[in-house]
Design a protein around this ligand. Structure first.
Ligand SMILES: [Zn+2]
Length: 242
């Protein structure tokens, strides 16, 4: 009787970011990749801690090129090959940049569902890592992070609503000071209960400009409040834990 031929499965070749690595057993790694082709993916990298040849540069921050084989009956793919497509060597030399990048990767891990391509999110986080790699001006690291965070919200379909109340839809005049509830997704008018955070019109305009693509809109002094906003909004839309 002829042996049943094992169906040859084409490996998935894609660019990816390493978002988590957990050592398992003697030499293996369980990794989480944010891939361009399939979004979040878990994979096993066999003997990755023993031989670095097949898995050169399996480190966070660099843009990687990977080959993965899906395995029947398992949530974890098999990492066949990994190499660095674009190194980001300067990013890892400054603590503040590394921290900002790490935070962005945590955000991604929190909101990107497994197995679903998120091209916008992939692009936004890679743009941020590139910007952090080319020595951003003193004090602007968190402004970059804040800007990327606002865009991530847009990428996943939860961009902050800043021109009207998210509850009743009442428009808010551009020059007005407004109450912003990030977890609710944007402005909340006083009739609907308002919100603890009060945002002046100028900052509201800068947040809107940054979300829409202006890289220089968020000022250093805005960064912390915007990062906090992003974090609150993202956590309200976190993907189920896995
Ligand atoms: Zn309202």
């Amino acid at each position: 009787m002829p042996r049943p031929t094992r169906k040859r499965v084409e490996p998935i070749r894609t660019e990816a970011l390493l978002v988590r690595r957990v050592p398992v057993g003697e030499a293996d790694l369980i990794i989480t990749l944010f891939t361009e082709a399939r979004g979040m993916m878990g994979a096993v990298a066999r003997s990755a801690r023993r031989t670095s040849k097949r898995f050169a540069g399996l480190e966070p921050m660099h843009l990687l090129r990977v080959s993965l084989e899906e395995r029947a009956g398992s949530d974890l793919a098999l990492l066949v090959e990994a190499s660095i497509a674009k190194p980001r060597l300067h990013l890892t030399t400054a603590l503040d940049r590394l921290e900002a990048a790490g935070r962005a990767l945590r955000w991604i891990r929190g909101v990107a569902p497994p197995g679903t391509p998120e091209p916008g999110l992939f692009c936004t986080v890679n743009d941020l890592l590139d910007a952090l790699d080319v020595a951003p001006p003193e004090g602007s690291v968190n402004a970059h992070l804040a800007t990327a965070g606002l865009r991530m919200l847009g990428n996943i379909g939860f961009g902050l609503v800043l021109d009207r109340c998210v509850h009743c839809g009442k428009p808010c005049a551009p020059e007005a000071t407004a109450c912003l509830d990030a977890e609710a997704g944007g402005l909340v008018c006083r009739a609907c209960g308002g919100a603890r955070l009060v945002v002046r019109s100028a900052l509201r305009a800068r947040i809107e400009a940054a979300a829409a693509g202006d890289d220089a809109a968020i000022l250093a002094e805005d960064a912390q409040v915007v990062v906090d906003l992003v974090e609150a909004a993202l956590s309200a839309h976190a993907a189920p834990a896995r």
